[in-house]
Write a protein that binds this ligand. Sequence first.
Ligand SMILES: Cc1cc2nc3c(=O)[nH]c(=O)nc-3n(C[C@H](O)[C@H](O)[C@H](O)COP(=O)(O)OP(=O)(O)OC[C@H]3O[C@@H](n4cnc5c(N)ncnc54)[C@H](O)[C@@H]3O)c2cc1C
Length: 448
Amino acid sequence: MNKREFLKASGALFAGSMLPRAVAGQELTGPRQNWAGNLTFSTNRLYTPASLDEVRHVVTSCTKLRALGSRHSFNTIADSTQNQISLLKLDEITLDEKARTVTVGGGVTYGKLAPVIDARGYALHNLASLPHISVAGAIATATHGSGVHNGNLATAVSALEIVTANGETLHLSRAKDGEHFLAAVVGLGSLGVVTRVTLDVQPTYQVAQSVYQNLSLDHLKTHLDEIFSSGYSVSVFTDWQNHMGTQLWIKRRLAPGDKNDWAPEFFGAKLATQKLHPLAGHDAESCTEQQGIPGPWYERLPHFRMNFTPSSGKELQTEYLVPRSRGYEAILAVETLRDRITPHLFITELRTIAADDLWMSTAFKRDSLAIHFTWKPEWPEVSQVLPLIEEKLRPFAPRPHWGKLFTVAPAELESRYARLTEFEAMLKHHDPTGKFRNDFISHNLYSS
Ligand SMILES: Cc1cc2nc3c(=O)[nH]c(=O)nc-3n(C[C@H](O)[C@H](O)[C@H](O)COP(=O)(O)OP(=O)(O)OC[C@H]3O[C@@H](n4cnc5c(N)ncnc54)[C@H](O)[C@@H]3O)c2cc1C
């Protein structure tokens, strides 16, 4: 749409629906990109409502609409060729100490939320590698941290408020709505616009993290569970060379009075004596405190600090979740491609996620090992390697991260989600015209 067409269209929008000026779509100048810059959104029309009523106005006035979080996904899941809506202005945070929950507006990030609840004595069960992402955007894609007993971030959701296609407000809760709720939480942005999310909280806690260097991957053959259970949240990083984990990050949850001793060696890996970034050659200043120094949960569970660029910045990401019970086999299968992978790789991270009941979760009914790739921004080469990795992982029925890059065929994807057909039926029920369906959803969910 050129400027003249846009002005005409937005004029018509104003006249037709009497939308307040605040919710008229803005035509933003210059390319609008995702966080990594590998994707330019297909529309310049962005709505930024400041209240539930304004969200409802936007939803009813658009025939096509996609919610946008903090733009940290690497694929087109949040894209739209027509309209996007950002809930940045819906930033309420309401703690209910009696119910042990916190309710956040659709625009709140974990980075905003965590210090607020911590100051009141509360915490979340887990966080991703970075706090910069929005809660609504993270749960929509089943974003996860690590820990054999920790479900992904969406498992903390106890209730949702969603504006559906006809502008109605749908309230769903774990306590009252059974399977309907379990279907909606990892909603892939397709059920409607999530305006409020209620999360379980627990008493605040301290975490200490330390890094070990050079863990032979041989140890994962017989000790995978033991190594990934050596802390509350554990990550193994590898560049796939020399059958070696370059770094092992252990985040220990400390109860009052707990000892905080770290052995100088763990399965032959050596305790680091200085702070390290998981990506070789990157400044560790952007990383959360290491070397066993205790601190609040939200300053240790993520790898990266809030006011710094996480990871590399210019990068691509891919991740596949496989059954943890077959984790070592899956690692060996990927390792056969090491000389195709490493030249284009910043680093791989291995993490664990506990099984859950959320229909579209990558850990649905399956204790999982996540095999993640932070790639250099070399899409032509990376796009050649992904099908090779997916082929190697096929025997393990990998589920690709919904917010990262993958090439798995829709038919295969369908076979990996037992409730997919019912999920589609639920979307059809709430959104019969496909208002919230974009090309990503049409391709991956409906084209097989
Ligand atoms: C540096 C970096 C590190 C990362 N680390 C991790 C990690 O540790 N673990 C992990 O699992 N992932 C990780 N990711 C991936 C990231 O967590 C996911 O892509 C997440 O979905 C991004 O959230 P967002 O707020 O940016 O949402 P967006 O990318 O903007 O949107 C994602 C989806 O959420 C939907 N959505 C957003 N807001 C709403 C709303 N209000 N209502 C309805 N739908 C909505 C969108 O429509 C879209 O479908 C990382 C990404 C980056 C860039």
